[in-house]
Design a protein around this ligand. Structure first.
Ligand SMILES: [Zn+2]
Length: 246
């Protein structure tokens, strides 16, 4: 008999519920890695911080035997993604994201706060997972099976429904509150914004914009021009509301 105890908020992802809640017991009928075993219960491996077998920490490749006790601990606000661990020996250097199309609005909100965030379109799950793995980005999605792909090391199954609540969830989980740089990145293409003199962008401005706005930024990549007037005031209010709940 194998017993698996799913701790914290990963218990809510269990696809096979047991009468004992997060504690699952069963007989093993096949040879399998602990990663595959845990994922067969609906928990994608990027959601896991630590696995302990009979009191000893193990990695994802560990082959399970009948008669063991497994404790599975979730990624949480206490997790340090910048320090090597047994499950992730090659830690992150930066908080950079790649966002699945099923949480697309979250991508533009992360960009509004200055976070490097890709939103690849017209690519399949394999390509999306490869971007996360090869570029060492955190994959944000609502697709559990996408996160189970081996190449994905860092990722999170977004729980909240509304884009603002999703943003709060991500800011809290990755402790991003002190790393926010609002309006430093292009909402459309993720490029960095530079300040530009009004004279430099004058030919591209509508008459009313010319008249009322004096501070301009331009995307270094797509060249989109930004002026943060009343639109920015509205965004600032939303931003303050979001940060107040983080
Ligand atoms: Zn741009």
């Amino acid at each position: 008999m194998i017993t698996v105890n799913f701790h914290g908020n990963i218990a809510e992802l269990l696809s096979r519920k047991s009468e004992k809640g997060p504690l699952v017991s069963f007989h093993l009928d096949r040879r399998t890695s602990i990663k595959d075993l845990i994922e067969s219960f609906g928990i994608p491996h990027p959601e896991i911080e630590e696995i302990v077998v009979d009191g000893k920490t193990v990695d994802f490749a560990y082959i399970v035997d009948d008669g063991i006790q497994i404790e599975v601990f979730p990624i949480s606000v206490k997790s340090n993604f910048f320090k090597p661990s047994l499950l992730r020996p090659d830690p992150l250097e930066f908080h950079r994201f790649v966002v699945d199309i099923n949480v697309a609005k979250l991508a533009s909100k992360l960009r509004q706060l200055g976070f490097d965030t890709l939103l690849p379109r017209n690519c399949d799950d394999a390509q999306l997972a490869a971007i996360a793995g090869c570029q060492r980005r955190i994959l944000l999605t609502r697709d559990c099976n996408l996160l189970k792909r081996k190449i994905v090391e860092f990722g999170h199954l977004v729980r909240a429904e509304s884009p603002n609540d999703q943003l709060v969830e991500i800011i809290k989980l990755y402790n991003l509150k002190n790393k926010i740089k609002p309006y430093s990145r292009c909402f459309q293409c993720n490029g960095l914004l530079e300040s530009v003199a009004k004279e430099a962008v004058l030919p591209f401005l509508e008459p009313l914009t010319k008249k009322y706005y004096h501070v301009f930024h331009r995307c270094l990549d797509c060249k989109k021009i930004y002026w943060f007037g009343s639109h920015r005031e509205k965004m600032d209010v939303t931003l303050h509301e979001i940060l107040a709940s983080c």
